[in-house]
Write a protein that binds this ligand. Structure first.
Ligand SMILES: [Cu+2]
Length: 749
């Protein structure tokens, strides 16, 4: 019987442009481990799934070959593909997002297709039924392969009964969304080369994924290439959006409901902007300018050199100083029609709602009602209004049925060919896995963040001892001067080091179906190597005095921000507040008296625990070693989390000062009732929450920097309170990067 086991699901994501019956899948566990072969149980299903005679012949031939190989003693898992009990009509999906176009998550029609397909998967009764449906859809001439990946991933990570199923790295499933076209071409070539005898590196040297090549040093903006083009930054953004999809229901208790989703949209994106601005400052660049609604101009250009394997077309590019105009493409059923005027109208309504402190909701009976925005839940509703999709926004026609934020993405993504005259594809701003490569992303999100800040400024500032969330916890204090950081194997306090590092990824799992003779039996890895920023791991140390006379549970919240602005002036508190980004949040038991605390940077609440955790190879290894399916689930990650290697900003060769801030709050008040701690998904809690559970912190996200602080007497500047933390960078200049990578390559061979 067709089984929806984690391993079978993982193999569905391999070689997306190749029909399932074309060859073996998996096999990364080790020599002799079972590989998987999917076969059609009846010819009728195959006829529906594959629309060409050649494909059907190939699949039949392969099935014979695999059966003989298994009889000959080869360790092959034969997995049948069965027809689902009822097969939906997929024509609507095909019309909204045809099979061979480049799927873009923000494209209004593609998003509708995503919702339809995800709903089809969601309606299935159990994992086995989802698996059957996924097999029937995957190769269908009606289903776009990229869309399939988004919809199935999103279904698997949001359902309760599939939370044990790990999702492989998106950059391995679709490397063409993360690597330039020349890398993909080289990888394809390499996949077809014969294996060399062991000991001869020859043609299996890693392919250099050089993201630095998207621009030149003559453009100051290019200094930030290592941040924007980082593979894990972009895959984090993809995973966040599929964990919190646009079609989540608004009502608590409904399947797929995500607690405080709108607020997390604000908070996670706010943290990315604060982090990016911090990175800009240490690269001698001013903070990002927000999108200008008067000029409608995007000053920065972007030429990403990405092309889509699925559509065989380049992603759209954009000249500097491109002015936004209406995107009204003509042609196929997936044509777009949106106007700048609508964008400004929705923006005005959102800002007006914030000013008057009420939002408008369209009730089920068709009447409109006002609800307060100036309360604790306001930011959550505002997040849904701003990001928005018709199911989430309280009033689709008033605040925009496709959403203010989403619409900005499309207008920017279509700005290079707004009428479709040149049949250009959307630019990278059109999709969640590519948008962060483009400077325009930060400009647009700075505006989005500004809207939330306008709202947050309408709320009462946090005060020392009064209000709902006082800053002081009576009887508990961080011992003065006791808080510092120290890198491993050093004795210097508050001095951290960053450096360039490299990471390898397997590109073979996402390559197309032209397998070589040997490749039919087994796909050998094609290793790509990319350069990224990294830092020496470090620990936070602090002492907390508990004078309450009884043990307590504390939440320790650690934040970091740049100390000086672009002119070298020390930030005033009201400005620096928005630049603080979370470094960690941990719960600790406090005994009576003084408590010495040590927290490791590698277990940060904002980062992925293990950056290699969800590679196909790693998952296969886990499957082959695991005694039960749950073993895998406990190890598996959801890939939602900021990359650990970008936890720290780059700093400068001479060192840059940062402010590190810690606040300790009462854990008994931060605790969320009925939180189930068992989770199959070991994501970064602060940015991704716990799957299908309450967000694990009762305070507003970003506390205490999300609102103004009561500043009259005590806290005029955070830097008066803390020792600065110096981040030193011993990186080589960017111009010698290629040499560095080449040296590493030689060392490895
Ligand atoms: Cu986003």
């Amino acid at each position: 019987m067709a089984k929806g086991t984690p391993m079978n699901f993982v193999h569905l994501f391999e070689k997306m442009s190749e029909p399932l019956g074309f060859g073996l899948r998996g096999g990364g566990g080790g020599t002799g481990d079972a590989m998987t072969y999917f076969y059609y149980q009846d010819d009728n299903m195959m006829t529906q799934a594959l629309n060409s005679d050649t494909m059907r012949q190939t699949v039949k031939m392969m099935r014979g070959q695999m059966t003989r190989a298994k009889e000959g003693g080869m360790n092959i898992n034969m997995v049948p593909m069965e027809m689902p009990s009822s097969m939906p009509n997929l024509r609507l999906v095909a019309e909204l997002c045809p099979k061979n176009v480049n799927f873009c998550y923000f494209h209004p029609k593609h998003r509708q297709a995503f919702v339809v397909l995800k709903t089809i998967f969601e309606k299935q009764r159990n994992p086995d039924e989802i698996f059957k449906m996924a097999c029937a859809c995957r190769d269908s001439p009606m289903i776009n392969a990229q869309l399939f990946v988004y919809a199935l991933c999103s279904c698997l990570v949001t359902r309760r009964d599939t939370r044990h199923i790990p999702i492989p790295n998106h950059f391995e499933i679709m490397p063409d969304n993360y690597c330039t076209s020349d890398v993909v071409r080289q990888a394809n070539k390499m996949a077809h080369m014969p294996e060399m005898p062991s000991g001869m590196a020859g043609n299996k040297m890693p392919i250099l994924i050089d993201q630095n090549l998207v621009g030149r040093g003559t453009d100051p903006e290019h200094r930030l290439w290592y941040f924007r083009e980082d593979i894990l930054v972009n895959s984090h953004h993809f995973h966040w959006h599929i964990v919190f999809p646009i079609c989540s229901p608004r009502t608590e208790g409904q399947p797929g409901y995500r607690d405080r989703r709108g607020e997390l949209f604000y908070y996670m994106h706010h943290a990315m902007i604060a982090r990016y601005d911090t990175e800009r400052l240490c690269n001698s660049l001013p903070r990002t300018k927000m999108f200008d609604f008067n000029s409608l101009m995007i000053e920065e250009g972007y030429f990403g050199k990405l092309s889509s394997e699925n559509s065989s077309k380049q992603w759209g590019t954009r000249q500097p100083f491109t002015k936004l105009s209406n995107v009204q493409t003509v042609g196929g059923p997936d044509a777009i029609g949106i106007r700048v005027e609508e964008l400004t109208r929705w923006r005005d309504r959102i800002l007006e709602s914030i000013d008057i402190g009420y939002y408008v909701k369209l009730e089920a009976n068709g009447t409109e009602k006002r609800y307060p925005l100036k309360d604790l839940k306001g930011v959550d509703v505002l997040g849904d209004i701003v990001e928005s999709a018709s199911g989430l926004t309280p009033h689709p026609s008033y605040y925009g049925p496709i959403g203010f934020h989403n619409m900005g993405h499309v207008l920017i993504a279509g700005s290079h060919d707004p009428t479709g005259k040149f049949r250009e594809d959307l630019g990278v701003m059109g999709d969640v896995s590519t948008a962060m490569r483009d400077s325009a992303f930060y400009r647009w999100h700075k505006y989005i963040d500004h809207i939330f800040d306008v709202h947050k400024r309408t709320l009462d500032p946090y005060q020392l001892n009064e209000g709902e969330f006082p800053l002081v916890w009576q009887g508990i204090e961080v011992v003065p001067q006791s808080f510092y950081v120290k890198a491993a194997n050093t004795s210097t306090r508050n001095a951290l080091k960053t450096f360039w590092d490299t990471k390898e990824v397997d590109l073979a799992r996402g390559l197309d179906f032209r397998r070589s003779g040997a490749g039919v039996m087994k796909t050998n890895p094609v290793v790509g190597m990319f350069t990224h920023l990294n830092h020496a791991p470090f620990d936070y140390f602090l002492k907390i005095a508990n004078k309450t006379g009884k043990p307590q549970t504390a939440t320790i919240r650690i934040f970091m921000a740049p100390r000086e602005d672009e002119n070298g002036e020390k930030f005033m508190m009201h400005e620096q507040r928005t630049l603080f980004f979370e470094m960690d949040k941990v719960s600790k038991q406090l005994q009576v008296g003084e408590n010495e605390i040590r927290i490791s940077s590698s277990e940060s609440s904002v980062t992925l625990r293990d950056e290699n955790g969800s590679s196909f190879q790693r998952l296969e290894k886990l499957f082959s070693q695991a005694r039960t399916q749950t073993d895998v689930a406990q190890e598996a990650q959801c890939n939602c989390g900021w990359p650990q290697h970008l936890l720290l900003p780059r700093g400068t060769p001479g060192g840059t000062d940062y402010d590190l801030f810690v606040i300790v709050t009462d854990g008994s008040k931060d605790r969320v009732p009925n939180l189930e701690r068992k989770t199959g998904c070991n994501s970064a809690l602060s940015f991704c929450g716990v799957l299908n559970e309450k967000y694990p912190d009762a305070r507003p996200m970003g506390y205490p920097f999300d609102r103004n602080l009561y500043t009259r007497e005590v806290i005029t500047s955070i830097s008066d309170l803390t020792d600065p933390c110096l981040v030193e960078s011993n990186q080589v200049p960017v111009s010698t990067m290629r040499t560095t990578s080449a040296t590493l390559k030689t060392l490895q061979s």
